[in-house]
Ligand binder design. Structure first.
Ligand SMILES: Nc1ncnc2c1ncn2[C@@H]1O[C@H](COP(=O)(O)OP(=O)(O)OP(=O)(O)O)[C@@H](O)[C@H]1O
Ligand SMILES: [Mg+2]
Length: 271
């Protein structure tokens, strides 16, 4: 069988004495769009930073294999050289250089045409944006697009996109979905963190993260169904996920917390 491009094995991460990742297992194949779903605080961004090798995100145990190579001893720069790139949930590393230049930074010879094509791909006409400074005057949505364009321009082997659609207007989410599909067609594997149904639907695989672990990997439609019935807001008192909502004590605990509406078959829940 073919080796996956990315293989995460039983990954554990603690930060400030809090366990954030608890035994994550995940596989990603080349050219695959793999969506990572999960509630706020479930650990999605932390997983992204750990794969990228950001400071403070050294796993306590487990392995991350990229193309069969263990990433443990590699710096963030070395990981980037292997072709791993991250688009941040809150892009902030702009320094006022022209957008056209920023987008071309990852390229050895960034041709004017390449930069223009890349900016068009995120619906930022090069004519207006190419020479504009990438700085605080950009709107949140514009910043997300510039960030995405810079990742696209790098043609990474693995693109980790942390909520590329957040702050993007509803009408444009389709553009972003198209660009992601295009990245995959051009050979990038995409690990895509999102809350957008439209984007989940175009993914090849979806994984569901709950309280720092992956509780489901499979078809996007199934992951969504699983999400709505099994992955409820984290109530630490209930212990580890997934919660078995058929258990009376779980149902009682949820009801007593005013969460009965999340429980299938419970009053107030019409799903
Ligand atoms: N330095 C830290 N010390 C303690 N806890 C932390 C630290 N950094 C993050 N956390 C916690 O880790 C958990 C996971 O955070 P993370 O940002 O990975 O979640 P997320 O799934 O990306 O959420 P969102 O959907 O809101 O972006 C959260 O409960 C967060 O409060
Ligand atoms: Mg996040």
């Amino acid at each position: 069988m073919k080796e996956p491009l990315l293989r995460i094995e039983d990954l554990w991460l603690r930060r400030d004495d809090r366990t954030i990742l608890q035994g994550v297992n995940l596989e990603l194949n080349p050219g695959e769009v793999h969506v990572l779903l999960g509630l706020n605080g479930s650990g999605k961004s932390s997983l992204a930073y750990t794969i990228m090798g950001c400071e403070g995100y050294t796993p306590d145990s487990g392995r991350i294999l990229f193309d069969g190579q263990d990433l443990a001893d590699l710096s963030i720069t070395e990981r980037a050289k292997l072709g791993i790139t991250l688009a941040w949930q809150e892009p902030a590393r702009f320094e006022g250089i022209p957008i056209g230049k920023y987008v071309g930074l990852g390229q050895e010879q960034a041709s004017r045409q390449m930069v223009a094509t890349t900016l068009e791909a995120v619906s930022l006409p090069a004519k207006y944006y190419g020479y504009r400074a990438a700085d605080k005057t950009l709107s949140g949505g514009e910043r997300k697009r510039v960030e995405l364009a810079s990742v696209y321009a790098m043609q990474p082997r693995l693109a980790i996109l942390d909520e590329p659609d957040s702050g993007i207007d509803v009408l444009s989410v389709g553009d972003i979905a198209m660009l992601i599909r295009r990245m995959a067609l051009e050979g990038s594997a995409v690990l895509l963190i999102t809350h957008s149904d439209e984007i989940v639907e175009m993914a090849d695989v979806a994984s569901l993260m709950c309280a720092g672990t992956i509780i489901f990997s499979g078809k996007p439609q199934e992951a969504r169904r699983y999400f709505s019935t099994r992955c409820m807001p984290h109530l630490e008192s209930l212990g580890s996920q997934p919660w078995d909502v058929t258990k009376p004590e779980v149902r009682a605990a949820l009801a007593s917390n005013g969460m009965g509406r999340f429980v299938p078959g419970e009053a107030g829940n019409d799903g």
